[in-house]
Design a protein around this ligand. Structure first.
Ligand SMILES: Cc1cc2nc3c(=O)[nH]c(=O)nc-3n(C[C@H](O)[C@H](O)[C@H](O)COP(=O)(O)O)c2cc1C
Length: 196
């Protein structure tokens, strides 16, 4: 943890959030689910369109069936929020079904919800491995809403499974390439100055 993380709560939250795959049986309070849903609407969205809709449930019977059709749902969540694209609304706004912005937005919403959950002491885990058709039926999704990602919510159990597919940790330096003005730019500038 760097000095900045120690003093900055947002950076600290980003660093300390982990996917929670073991959750206790303790129910999640309705206000906590609502806090996560409310955070989702502050996520950046392409063109500020907000073409996504959230489907929330804390009904144990629905969660059980949701889990049955979601091989990626390792945890037994106390609540789940499914992020859906309202496809007819997206088309109305001129987005193609395959428009990358729609799917980038799923990611920004999910990241925001995961951090919000962590911020209020809940455990959370995204799940993308599920049968879309079955989830549509289980959640009684309105016509045209495509389920894209489920955010599982619950109280973290004390023991957690080891992280998935652990790789040697990369620093931001390993992931980043700085670009600065190089000799080519200088030559271009000189040509421009000569022509001017
Ligand atoms: C688009 C997306 C889909 C994911 N789908 C699943 C999933 O189906 N099941 C699961 O257990 N985790 C899923 N994850 C969580 C990742 O496995 C997890 O973020 C990664 O292992 C890093 O762990 P960390 O977030 O705790 O650092 C998904 C994450 C993303 C971004």
């Amino acid at each position: 943890m760097t000095g900045t993380d120690r003093v900055n709560p947002v950076l600290r939250a980003i660093r300390t959030r982990r996917v929670v795959r073991t959750m206790s049986d303790q129910p999640v309070a309705r206000e906590q689910i609502e806090a996560v849903l409310d955070a989702g609407r502050y996520a950046p969205s392409a063109g500020n369109r907000h073409l996504h809709r959230f489907v929330a449930t804390s009904d144990p019977a629905i969660l059980r069936v949701l889990r049955m059709v979601s091989p990626g749902m390792i945890q037994r969540p106390a609540a789940a929020v499914t992020i859906c694209i309202d496809q007819p609304l997206a088309v109305e706004y001129g987005f193609a079904r395959t428009s990358p912005g729609l799917y980038v937005d799923v990611g920004t919403i999910a990241a925001t919800m995961l951090l919000a959950a962590h911020g209020i002491g809940l455990g959370a885990g995204p799940v993308s491995s599920f049968s879309r058709a079955a989830v549509g039926v289980v959640l009684r999704l309105p016509e045209g809403w495509s389920p894209e990602l489920v955010v599982c919510l619950g109280h973290p159990a004390t023991e957690q499974p080891p992280p998935m597919g652990r790789r040697p940790s990369l620093s931001w330096r390993d992931l980043t390439r700085w670009v600065v003005r190089g000799p080519a730019d200088e030559e271009q500038r000189a040509d421009h100055d000569r022509e001017a």
